[in-house]
Write a protein that binds this ligand. Structure first.
Ligand SMILES: NC(=O)c1ccc[n+]([C@@H]2O[C@H](COP(=O)([O-])OP(=O)(O)OC[C@H]3O[C@@H](n4cnc5c(N)ncnc54)[C@H](O)[C@@H]3O)[C@@H](O)[C@H]2O)c1
Ligand SMILES: [Zn+2]
Length: 360
């Protein structure tokens, strides 16, 4: 089992990464010297039949444990599910000393974390990520639900007390979800000043990576370490944490415009490629755009837009992004690989870049 620390102003909390640690949840929670009156496990209907009982059993009837199962998928990050979980928790008699465990992917983590941040003004929570993507979402304390006008528009910063990443759970993920999550690993490598992370990823076939538990755990630990180091310096996203949005301004717009037919990671791959494309033009440098495009396509990612999506609508979405600044769209570029920057573009400039990019 590996251990990393996430340091924030309020507290430092551990991330444990290891195979089979879902059987030791109580033991690892109790190391945090926290007293809690009951446990609410939030999970989804794909994860529940696979891993819920393992987690419940780890508490061995030492304490009241209740669970709430949401339908899988992005649509569950809604005000309705948020409200229903609160109702369930109140009806089950949970109090402000209860502990919430979010067992699942980014959807469960974001929704469960947001419930924890508001139930009785905030109760402690544990992130138990079960997807590759959630190696990212479970670290850093961003919790949110979606508004029908946009993703993650209702939320807060709320750090878990602990992250437990049982990498054995990743072996039941469908290939498409593995690849979607892998996009965030690639993002972390693109932001890492140390080029050996990206070199490692480029040197491995994804099938090799997803079938080798040691290699997978090494790669995910590197991603989480990078994320934790950025969060440490800027918990509330005033400065460097913004760089973690590499690929996300366009990515979120693609997710929304395709009604989430593009998964999160699939959309940010297009966003990251676009960012490299603009960066080369803006900084007049060769960052290897063609070889990234080739690599992404070889992995199996789509780099084109479906014909149903218009550039005009994408620009409109991007201008509504949380990171937009009045009429300008803030965009994460790369001066070099591993050296992100933020540049504001007008909607007209953005439209022009998008037209050139998608006509390539
Ligand atoms: N808070 C953050 O910092 C942050 C960062 C990145 C992404 N996110 C959010 O994360 C969400 C996406 O997360 P995700 O990709 O994990 O999606 P997800 O939670 O929807 O999980 C993907 C799918 O895999 C299934 N699944 C989960 N674990 C499984 C397992 N071990 N075996 C088999 N199936 C399993 C789920 O039921 C779901 O169908 C988005 O809502 C995104 O906005 C948040
Ligand atoms: Zn993301």
């Amino acid at each position: 089992m590996k251990r990393l620390n996430v340091e924030t102003k309020e507290k430092t909390y551990p991330i444990y990464i290891g195979e089979g640690i879902r059987y030791q949840v109580k033991e690892l929670v109790d190391k945090q010297s926290l007293t809690y009156s009951s446990v609410l496990i939030v999970t989804d209907d794909n994860v529940a039949p696979l891993y819920l009982q393992n987690v419940i059993k780890s508490f061995a009837s030492s304490i009241k444990v209740v669970h709430y199962i949401i339908p899988n998928g992005e649509a569950s990050k809604s005000i309705e599910h948020f409200y229903n979980i609160q109702t369930f928790a109140i009806e089950k008699g949970l109090d402000r000393n209860s502990l919430l465990i979010a067992l699942g992917g980014g959807v469960v983590g974001d929704l469960g974390g947001f419930v924890a941040s508001t139930f009785m003004r905030g109760i402690p929570f544990v992130q138990m990520p079960t997807t590759i993507l959630a190696h990212d979402s479970a670290v850093g304390g961003k919790v949110a639900i979606n508004h029908e006008l946009g993703k993650n528009l209702i939320g807060s910063f709320y750090q878990p007390i602990l992250v437990l990443y049982d990498t054995e759970t990743l072996f039941t993920l469908p290939k498409r979800q593995l690849l979607s999550g892998y996009a965030e690993v690639i993002k972390h490598a693109l932001l890492d000043k140390d080029p050996s992370f990206l070199q490692l990823l480029k040197s491995k076939q994804v099938n090799e990576l997803f079938s080798d538990p040691t290699l997978l755990s090494t790669v995910l630990t590197r991603g989480m370490t990078l994320k934790a180091s950025i969060v440490k310096g800027d918990e509330k996203e005033k400065n460097d944490r913004k760089y973690l949005n590499l690929g996300h301004t366009l990515g979120h717009a693609i997710e929304s415009e395709t009604n989430y037919h593009f998964l999160h990671g699939e959309a940010i791959i297009v966003g990251m490629l676009f960012s490299i494309f603009i960066s080369e033009r803006y900084y007049k440098k060769d960052l290897g755009y063609q070889s990234f495009k080739h690599w992404f396509e070889e992995i199996g990612y789509e780099t084109k837009l479906p014909s149903s999506v218009s550039i005009r609508d994408l620009v409109h979405r991007m201008s509504k992004d949380k990171k937009a600044n009045g009429a300008l769209i803030n965009f994460i570029l790369l001066r070099e690989i591993g050296q992100p920057s933020i540049v504001a573009f007008s909607q007209e400039q953005m439209r022009h870049f998008l037209e050139t990019f998608f006509s390539e």
